[in-house]
Ligand binder design. Structure first.
Ligand code: ZN
Length: 238
């Protein structure tokens, strides 16, 4: 059953009321709606809690998609958690501080990909440090130079917005796809675009802050060579 993914339209929702609609074979809890981001595109699934009206709290270790089309989310209880059953109503709440840090970092990675306009071959979003892998033929990247450029974009306080386009529109504009390893989910008829006004536009299902100034200052901490053409660039919140 498709989950209503509230975080896609409002990444600032910290909690919502929901109903347990299914249990997966692995013990995951499927809700009719959720604020939990599910592991995807290098961003980890949210942690948090599901709390029943009777006051029973189930700690959630992560959230994952159960299907390739990314339509249904299973909330994975921490080991030893109390059991819930189909039909239970809960309040689903994410660990907001962790999620917000990931929103800041994730948005910063979009800016990094705008400063380094090369194909992205991988990436990972953490709370304090994140990375993108680029297909770059030559070395010679300068940490301080990239840091200065990303912070200048942050300081410009550009608006971050999302909108949906059809699969056909995306296929007609293949240049929108920067990430080679993480193709945007196609086949549902529409794709979510994230625009950072004047700076970046790409398909992305992740959670982002509303304006670049919310990211705060960042620093490129390391540039590693990973194979002949691959450079791994690490970025930290400072
Ligand atoms: Zn994104």
């Amino acid at each position: 059953m498709a989950t209503d993914c509230l975080f896609r339209d409002d990444s600032y929702l910290k909690s919502c009321d929901a109903r347990v609609v299914a249990l997966t074979e692995q013990g995951g809890l499927v809700l009719d709606r959720t604020v939990f981001y599910a592991t995807s595109g290098g961003q980890p699934g949210d942690t948090g809690t599901l709390t029943t009206s009777a006051g029973v709290t189930v700690p959630i270790a992560t959230a994952v998609y159960t299907d390739a089309a990314k339509s249904e989310i299973a909330h994975v209880p921490a080991p030893g958690s109390p059991a819930l059953k189909v039909g239970d109503t809960v309040t689903a709440a994410v660990d907001w501080d962790k999620r917000y840090a990931r929103m800041r970092m994730h948005t910063a990675l979009h800016l990094l990909s705008a400063v380094l306009p090369y194909a992205v071959t991988g990436g990972s979003v953490g709370e304090t440090e994140s990375r993108l892998d680029f297909d770059i033929p030559e070395a010679g990247l300068d940490k301080d130079d990239i840091t200065t450029k990303v912070n200048a974009m942050i300081g410009g306080n550009a608006a971050v917005s999302s909108r949906w386009i059809s699969d056909a529109e995306l296929e007609a504009n293949p240049g929108l796809v920067k990430t080679m390893s993480v193709k945007p989910p196609m086949g549902t008829g529409r794709v979510r675009l994230i625009e950072i006004a004047g700076l970046d536009l790409q398909p992305c299902g992740g959670t982002h802050v509303r304006t670049t100034e919310e990211i705060g200052k960042v620093q490129v901490t390391q540039i590693e060579k990973k194979g002949k053409q691959n450079r791994r660039v690490r970025l930290a919140l400072v």
